[in-house]
Write a protein of this length. Structure first.
Length: 663
């Protein structure tokens, strides 16, 4: 049995050649960048007397050289952490970014900075590691009940990232004077002012690598089933616990030092395997070396004068380079079709009668009246009859909130049916991230724009992301798990770009933070009218998709037997969902989770047919957003709590709870 885990080392000559090439290229760029800081002729003097000399010599000794060392150490540490995560979970898509580790460290540091600055006296490392450990443990706790399949683990990690990322953005929005430095840190910058971070990282990396090397033989057993490992005298739970603890601590130390650098832990082990490193012993040697040299190369590239004069953070650049690697991994991964949920998840089937429709209509009207008339003012709670106040200020927000909820409710049902996965949503698939990308591009072009411009930009971004999903997903015939993983890759890239824009500051930073949080207090009458028209049009078009959605519920074979062109139908539905999501995202931001929450509520009522489910989900989504907007407007008056944040804080935990309950 023990021999079943032995693997041939493989031919590492291509890997060695590639490492040599990356190292030489990084060295040449480093020499070029260093000589711009200090001429080569002055290097000996700066190295012999590092604490004395001119300003260029001090910058060379205490900024440029430590940054070079930190880049290598961070790349090596993240590669080691990703390798341990992947080996322990038997998941080639696991790494600190996709498992919520990075997001947990960010929120912990931000919370300490804002509410408990005294804790920073113990150092950023322990705080970041604690946050990373809690977030990662939450992901593993969810997956313990739902199974540790790659798609399950990555989905749980994505939702943790979205939820914690939203919380971080809101804290920075509410405390801008305290969160400015952390906004810069979140983008993954490697600038240094001393050798202390490099020394701390080197110690952590050495200890982590030594433990991994010592446990190498035991860790190779994790490639087998737990029953086999137990029969060999090992305890898989303890082994996994030690390995995951090492991976989390190593990743947390990097995040505490330089911020978030995505995809290194994912891409480097995969690249090392592709170039010839087959067994864990070889990977433990080559992955950290390759990761360190690759991050050095990336960091030297962003320091070139042509790269925005060094303003582009290394973490953002690494994410942009790592996304294609994840997409390539997805295209090579065997897509296991996710089957539709069995009937046992539905408590009963509900037949909608005239009485039900009348009750629903009355409830919606009552919510609208309360949302428009009841509120808080300078003198406390009041029932307002001031029509000018209602029409000018409250009605646009209510109309926009309801319309956004309707669009997300429609899109959520269609996405879940087309992927045959009740855990899917526009936020999870990356469609909302595409709308975010369009809005960021518009903010770069101009800070003065109309609601039509914003809708067009969001639609273009959503369609761009949807095009990538369709192009890549077509090779797998739009397999549900592949589509979701593509969305995860694109969401991570857009998140890195958004963090970079926020870190740059300026007018775009305030607008983007407000929009990310899903606040509706900037809604104008024109924007509300536009989104309402889009919601009405969306409801009118939905019946055209009734037959394809019903047939897709029978499975691919059954749908084809009844004459449905499955690929085209899925592509058209995803395209429609992208447009609907774009219209909603300009109101409530990219991480509201209404597209998940509303269909879940409707499904629990037992409404199973496609068209009734879409209509009911649209109503539920509109009601949820109206309630969230009203609570956000009145909860902490005169300040406001963004509606998108409130729904995200509800939807994220609900998503994780639903995953935990799936057996």
């Amino acid at each position: 049995m023990a021999k079943s885990v032995e693997r041939r080392p493989g031919n590492c000559y291509p890997l060695a050649l590639f490492v040599l090439l990356v190292g030489l290229l990084g060295l040449l760029l480093a020499l070029d960048n260093l000589q711009r800081v200090l001429p080569i002729s002055a290097w000996p003097n700066a190295l012999s007397s590092p604490r004395q000399g001119s300003i260029p010599e001090l910058l060379f000794s205490w900024a440029a050289l430590p940054r070079l060392a930190v880049a290598f150490l961070c790349g090596a540490a993240l590669s080691l952490s990703g390798l341990l995560f992947q080996q322990t979970l038997r998941n080639p898509l696991a790494e600190p970014t996709t498992l919520g580790t990075s997001a947990g460290a960010q929120v912990a540091l931000l919370a300490a900075l804002v509410w408990a600055p005294g804790l920073l006296g113990i150092g950023q490392g322990p705080i970041a590691i604690t946050g990373a450990a809690v977030a990662t443990a939450a992901v593993f706790g969810i997956c313990a009940g739902a199974g540790r399949s790659p798609i399950t683990v990555i989905l749980a990690g994505l939702v943790v990232n979205l939820t914690l990322g939203t919380i971080s953005a809101i804290i920075i929005l509410l405390y801008p004077e305290r969160g400015e430095d952390l906004a810069q840190w979140q983008a993954g910058r490697l600038e240094q002012t001393s050798w202390t971070p490099a020394l701390g990282l080197s110690l952590c990396l050495f200890i982590g690598w030594a433990i991994a090397a010592f446990l190498c033989r035991s860790l190779r057993l994790l490639e087998m089933d737990d029953a086999v490992i137990t029969s060999l005298g090992m305890k898989p739970a303890w082994l996994r616990g030690i390995s995951l603890a090492v991976a989390t601590v190593v990743a947390g130390s990097v995040i505490a030092t330089v911020g978030t650098i995505g995809f290194v832990g994912l891409a480097v082990p995969a690249l090392a395997r592709a170039l010839g490193a087959r067994d864990l012993r070889s990977l433990l040697v080559w992955s950290p070396l390759l990761g360190g040299l690759l991050l050095v190369l990336a960091d030297q590239i962003v320091q070139l004068p042509a790269m925005m004069n060094g303003q582009l953070p290394t973490g953002t650049f690494a994410s942009l380079l790592g996304a294609p690697v994840l997409l390539a991994l997805i295209s090579r991964t065997k897509a296991g079709a996710v089957r539709p949920q069995p009937a046992r998840t539905v408590p009963h089937r509900m037949r909608i009668s005239a009485t039900h429709l009348l009750g629903i209509f009355a409830a919606v009207v009552l919510l609208i009246v309360i949302g428009l008339a009841l509120g808080r003012g300078p003198s406390g709670w009041e029932w307002s009859t001031d029509m000018d106040l209602i029409i000018r200020w409250r009605a646009p927000r209510a109309a926009a909130s309801i319309s956004a909820g309707v669009l997300l409710g429609i899109s959520g049902v269609m996405v879940q049916r087309v992927t045959a996965n009740p855990m899917a949503s526009p936020e999870v698939m990356g469609i909302s991230a595409g709308a975010t990308l369009g809005a960021i591009a518009l903010l770069f072009l101009s800070t003065s724009f109309t609601s039509g411009n914003l809708l067009a930009a969001c639609a273009v971004g959503s369609l761009l992301v949807t095009s990538v999903i369709i192009i890549v997903g077509r090779r797998a015939n739009f397999a549900p798990d592949s589509i979701v993983l593509i969305g995860i890759a694109l969401s991570t890239v857009v998140g890195a770009i958004g963090a970079f824009v926020i870190a740059m500051g300026g007018p775009a930073r305030s607008l983007l933070l407000t929009w990310f949080s899903g606040s509706t207090y900037r809604v104008t009458q024109d924007m509300a009218t536009l989104v309402a028209a889009l919601a009405i049009l969306g409801l009118l078009v939905v019946p055209l998709f009734n037959r394809p959605l019903e047939l897709l519920g029978l499975g691919e074979d059954g749908a084809r037997a009844l004459g449905l062109r499955v690929g085209r139908a899925r592509g058209a539905i995803i395209l429609y969902s992208a447009i609907a999501t774009a219209g909603a995202t300009i109101i409530v931001g990219p991480a509201s989770f209404v597209g998940l929450l509303a269909p879940h509520m409707v499904r629990q009522l037992g409404i199973c047919r496609a068209l009734p489910q879409i209509v009911a989900s649209a109503i539920a989504g509109g009601a949820l957003m109206l309630i969230a907007d009203w609570i956000g407007r009145t909860l902490i008056f005169p300040w406001q709590m963004p509606a998108g944040l409130l729904t995200a804080l509800i939807g994220g935990p609900l998503f994780l709870y639903s995953m935990r309950q799936r057996r």
